[in-house]
Design a protein around this ligand. Sequence first.
Ligand SMILES: [Zn+2]
Length: 135
Amino acid sequence: MKKKIILVCMTFFLMAFVARAEKGLKVFISVDMEGVGGVIHWEDVSRNGKDYSLFRRLMTDETNAAVEGALEAGATEILVRDSHGSARNILPDRLHPEAILLRDWSGGLLSMMEGIDETYDAVIFVGYHGQGGHT
Ligand SMILES: [Zn+2]
């Protein structure tokens, strides 16, 4: 429920931004895994976890929902930054075809925002989480 509210808020923000933009929007989507719906244990987001493949799929599906929202709001260019662990979690063959996927790390200072620059109009965060031990 909390995630739906956050996604709706982000969508409204994005739509308001679109109203100001005359050209298509360039959108950056950073995707972590611990906040993906259903994740309850570190094993869910670890390569050796028995349900890791399930949560990779759910992570990709939640990303696709954000891509769809961005497209509906007027995005014309979307970069998806896989930001969890190895940065090789999102399933490329399942990702929305309108999105470009940035995988792995180059070692830059931007960490989970690696790939962003001043040309982007909006940012969406998917699967992010609070500090460990906090709700
Ligand atoms: Zn993570």
